[in-house]
Design a protein around this ligand. Structure first.
Ligand SMILES: [Zn+2]
Length: 216
């Protein structure tokens, strides 16, 4: 993601071309506190068995990687996703949050997260303001993410924050951003709980080093 890279709980927030880079550390929570939040979130992800580190996973889509984020573990208890949504909001720049009119995410994990983030944003805003909207991208196995005509109309002219549970190759978030723009919305950032590094199976350094594939 170049045009609309955002933030994730696993590393430093990446500023985008739009909004400007000065927003990077302009959040309501200081950089040291943000690192603390990230560290705690990482521990929580492991504590809830949502995140497995230091493995050698075959994701079944032609990609291998060291990390595995289990969305079922993450979304099984609503309170778990509320917790991580709060953490994500805390590490995002305050100006970016102020601009957010719509939070959109790809089904299923990203949509559940987007719905929660949109609701939690309103809990931090004046009750007299316009409520934050939520929009789900429906994901087709073959065609990728899509947005219904209803939501395309709803997001026209709006500032949209796109969230997902895990960023793999970045293709899903890139496709979602393209859809928002084609519907006349403005993508202000993308954010995810975890940025999972992947390798094409043929170029996997773990395979080359003879590390056995992790099995469950
Ligand atoms: Zn491998």
């Amino acid at each position: 993601m170049n045009a609309s890279a955002g933030a994730d709980l696993s590393s430093s927030a990446n500023a985008t071309e739009d909004p400007p880079k000065r927003l990077r550390e302009a959040g309501q929570v200081g950089p040291a506190k943000k690192d603390e939040i990230r560290e705690k979130a990482l521990k929580d992800l492991q504590r809830f068995h949502a995140l497995m580190l230091d493995g050698h996973f075959d994701f079944g889509n032609g990609f291998h990687g060291r990390l595995y984020l289990n969305p079922h573990q993450l979304f099984r208890y609503p309170s778990t996703i509320w917790r991580f949504a709060q953490d994500l909001i805390d590490i995002l720049p305050a100006e970016l949050l102020d601009q957010t009119e719509v939070v959109a995410g790809p089904a299923t994990g990203g949509a559940l997260l987007a719905h929660t983030v949109a609701g939690l944003l309103d809990s931090r805003r004046a009750i007299t303001g316009t409520p934050t909207m939520f929009a789900p991208f429906m994901v087709d196995t073959y065609r990728g993410p899509g947005l219904s005509r209803f939501y395309r109309q709803q997001i026209a002219g709006k500032h949209v924050l796109i969230v997902d549970d895990v960023r793999n190759t970045g293709q899903t978030l890139a496709r979602c951003a393209t859809i928002v723009r084609s519907a006349g919305g403005h993508v202000i950032a993308t954010a995810e709980l975890y940025d999972r590094m992947e390798y094409a199976a043929g170029a996997c350094p773990l395979c080359k080093a003879g590390v056995p594939v992790t099995t469950f």
